[in-house]
Design a protein around this ligand. Structure first.
Ligand code: ZN
Length: 221
């Protein structure tokens, strides 16, 4: 069940979260987009071309689960990614996508493992992200990425878009933002540790922590 029965409160939460992420430098310019799945099943999304730093509650877009506009301005051109996550993850009620610097930097590295981009350097990363697949590069807004995103979202609540940035789903917007920040912090650690001998958590240590996806479960059950 969606925690977002009150659309006015959901709009305020999106604006507050967007401003917090922007003012702390977690995305820049007009990049990054957030969404919430309301109790009626429709999606509330940040609009196209908007800065997360100056967004207002009246400027949000509403669409259905397949991207059809129900109200407000045109949504972010990455709205199809949000919809793909909601279709694949019935327990997800929020999605965060940022162009956060360190995660974007990792998404540009050669020779990364596309099945799991980052090692489990810390317990919080293991708990909040777990495994992180890399989705192949597509130009922003290219909906040919949609089938790959929808398939990956069935088994992962977080993905990294190549040469772009992370997309993370969770039960609430606070949890999605928190997990995205954990991913960004771990990407930063990973880059700081390049060239250093590193001891990530062992598979047993990581497994003992979860991961527990913040929208409850993986898979389609
Ligand atoms: Zn983007």
């Amino acid at each position: 069940m969606s925690p977002y029965a009150d659309e006015t409160a959901a709009r305020a939460l999106i604006v507050r979260t967007a401003r917090s992420l922007f003012t702390r430098g977690l995305t820049h310019g007009s990049t990054g987009n957030l969404s919430i799945r309301l109790a009626d099943g429709s999606l509330l999304l940040t609009p196209t071309g908007a800065s997360l730093g100056t967004l207002t509650e009246r400027e949000l877009s509403r669409t259905d689960l397949h991207g059809a506009l129900l109200g407000g301005p045109r949504p972010t051109k990455e709205a199809f990614l949000h919809a793909a996550f909601y279709r694949s993850r019935p327990h997800a009620h929020a999605v965060v996508h940022l162009h956060s610097t360190h995660a974007a930097a990792v998404s540009c590295l050669a020779d990364i493992n596309p099945d799991d981009v980052l090692p489990p350097l810390t317990a919080y990363y293991a708990m909040r992200i777990g495994t992180l697949p890399l989705l192949p590069y597509h130009a922003p807004g290219d909906s040919r990425l949609e089938p790959a995103a929808e398939a990956a979202a069935r088994t992962h609540h977080a993905v990294l878009l190549a040469n772009h940035g992370p997309v993370v789903a969770a039960a609430t917007l606070e949890q999605a933002a928190d997990a995205t920040e954990e991913l960004e912090a771990t990407a930063k650690l990973h880059l700081l540790l390049q060239g250093h001998r590193t001891r990530p958590l062992t598979p047993e240590q990581a497994a003992a922590l979860g991961p527990t996806p913040p929208d409850g479960r993986n898979g389609t059950s």
